[in-house]
Design a protein around this ligand. Structure first.
Ligand code: GDP
Length: 299
């Protein structure tokens, strides 16, 4: 929690200071509400959340003096209400041998790292995990996944650079099925520069997996880098057009002033947020806790 707090401190301290400045000895009048709303939008919380919070405050306290602390706790409560329904950990169904998780997202968002961290957390729960190096486009991605495989004691299925990702995913599924593994995590390429290729490749992976088992993939996890701020919205839209995204992991919350974007994403897409990334280390994936996150956002 302290890591998140540290990371969010850039956004929260600005917002927190702004609220303190705005509401010291000042009534909650129309102008103050408007300024508050702007401040929330600037903190990436999204227009809808900002408007709703302002309206709620106006309803109960309009034209009264209100302390910055009261504003912050009301805000934290409101934000927690938005986040609560989406704070859902990723739980592999033990009936699936393996439970297949396809991990998608643009290059650099933290897919491979998140897979490593997830593998660690599943291994800690006593589950057997196989990793599939489906980003066959970049040799570095395959090497990186192999390192995570070694660190977590998870076999890695890989092929040479440039190999067909769908074929690799299919082989990985067959191997993991034969071993009756608990979890199969499939990495993918995320070349947004060429959306047609990306789309074709992801569609093919899913089609080929379904040929083996129509229920696969059980989860499609979209990894988003929080530091891209509002751009995260368009990334969700792009990937939802390609495939049925079932949940999100938001990374790099340790180093960003953009933590508020999670609130806007929750409000707009209502997709489960399975976990958050708060560093590059193996243990830097945290369960997403609505109340704690809302509180740290308020500083
Ligand atoms: P991919 O291209 O989507 O597979 O992204 P990578 O997993 O290779 O990650 C890209 C970079 O972001 C790497 O340098 C990671 O160490 C770093 N990274 C991933 N997750 C986090 C996080 O939660 N916090 C920080 N600070 N860095 C992260």
């Amino acid at each position: 929690l302290s890591r998140i707090r540290e990371g969010l401190s850039r956004s929260s301290s600005r917002l927190s200071q702004g609220i303190t400045d705005l509401f010291t000895k000042r009534k909650l009048d129309e102008a103050a509400l408007e300024e508050l709303e702007e401040m929330l939008i600037a903190a990436d919380l999204g227009v809808t959340t900002a408007a709703r919070v302002a309206a709620l405050l106006a309803k109960s306290r309009f034209d009264q003096e209100i302390s910055p602390e009261e504003i912050k706790s009301a805000l934290a409560e409101e934000i927690a209400t938005v986040l609560e329904p989406v704070a859902l950990p990723l739980r592999p169904d033990p009936a699936n041998k393996p439970h297949v998780v396809l991990v998608v997202g643009v290059n650099g968002s933290g897919k491979t790292t998140t897979i490593g961290k997830l593998a660690k957390s599943f291994r800690d729960q006593g589950l057997s995990v196989t990793l599939a190096a489906g980003d066959t486009f970049r040799a570095a991605a395959v090497e990186q996944l192999k390192v995570w495989g070694e660190r977590t004691g998870s076999p890695v299925i890989s092929r040479d650079q440039g190999a067909d990702a769908a074929g690799l995913a299919f082989d990985a599924l067959k191997e993991a099925q034969a071993r009756r593994d608990d979890v199969l995590l499939i990495d993918t390429a995320g070349r947004l520069q060429n959306k047609t290729d990306l789309m074709a490749e992801l569609e093919k992976i899913i089609r080929v997996l379904k040929r083996q088992d129509p229920m696969v993939p059980h989860d499609v996890l979209l990894v988003l880098d929080a530091t891209v701020g509002q751009n995260a919205h368009s990334q969700v839209e792009i990937f939802r057009n390609i495939t049925k995204v079932s949940g999100l992991v938001v990374t790099k919350l340790d180093g960003t002033a953009k933590g508020g974007v999670l609130v806007a994403l929750a409000e707009k897409f209502k997709l489960p947020v399975h976990a958050i990334g708060v560093g590059e280390g193996i243990d830097d994936l945290r369960p997403f806790e609505a109340k704690a996150f809302a509180r740290s956002l308020m500083g």
